[in-house]
Design a protein around this ligand. Structure first.
Ligand SMILES: Nc1ncnc2c1ncn2[C@@H]1O[C@H](COP(=O)(O)OP(=O)(O)OP(=O)(O)O)[C@@H](O)[C@H]1O
Ligand SMILES: O=C(O)C1=C[C@@H](O)[C@@H](O)[C@H](O)C1
Ligand SMILES: [Mg+2]
Length: 182
């Protein structure tokens, strides 16, 4: 394993870390926090899709449909192949896309932020502008359907139940550091 002048691990090839998990689990917060702590760039697939499509996630769902959104998600992931050492916070439904799953595994490590649906419901901001959030019963059904997919795709799992984001950041940082991924 190589180290740069400032002591950070330098990886050969593509070595991104992809954070997946249910809506509001804290994927973006964790990726941003770890990016600041470990001097790594942080990107968010929802924002990249919006930049590529020049539309909001909500508009894409309404005007073009979910299948098109999943294609765009896979396209933005493809664009990450030429970059290095990114922390990627993924859209909550990225594990629904077969191509996206293949790409994440080809380009790095998939980390599942595993929490209860209650944590997500509490942390979801502006549910009214989220195409994936209709009401609580719907979110619970989606959570039950999604959880096996997250588990199936996860290389690593971090239990986030009843933890502050400081705790989640330090546990995730320690785990990824120990595995030589940060
Ligand atoms: N462990 C935590 N404890 C309490 N609040 C948290 C925790 N993690 C994140 N939050 C807060 O919950 C909200 C959602 O977090 P964040 O946007 O990081 O989640 P996300 O998984 O990226 O959500 P999305 O599905 O919208 O992309 C934010 O307001 C954030 O500050
Ligand atoms: O869970 C989902 O299917 C989604 C989650 C969001 O991050 C966005 O990617 C979009 O709203 C779809
Ligand atoms: Mg997010």
């Amino acid at each position: 394993m190589k180290h740069s002048e400032n002591g950070y691990v330098v990886h050969e090839g593509c070595d991104h870390i992809f954070f997946v998990g249910f809506l509001g689990a804290g994927k973006s917060t964790l990726a941003r926090n770890l990016g600041a702590l470990f001097n790594r760039d942080f990107v968010d697939t929802d924002r990249m899709v919006e930049r590529m499509a020049k539309k909001t996630v909500c508009q894409i769902f309404h005007e073009d449909g979910e299948a098109r959104f999943r294609e765009l998600e896979a396209q933005v992931l493809e664009g990450l192949a030429k970059r290095k050492s990114l922390l990627v916070s993924c859209g909550g439904g990225i594990v629904e896309g077969e191509r996206s799953c293949e790409l994440m595994h080809a380009m790095g490590t998939v980390v599942f932020l595993d929490g209860d649906v209650e944590d997500s419901l509490r942390q979801i901001q502006h549910p009214e502008i989220r195409p994936d959030f209709k009401d609580e019963a719907c979110a619970r059904r989606l959570y039950r359907a999604r959880r096996p997919l997250y588990e199936q795709e996860a290389d690593l799992r971090i239990d986030i139940r009843h933890k502050s984001f400081e705790q989640v950041t330090s546990e995730a940082g320690q785990l990824l550091w120990e595995k030589g991924l940060l």
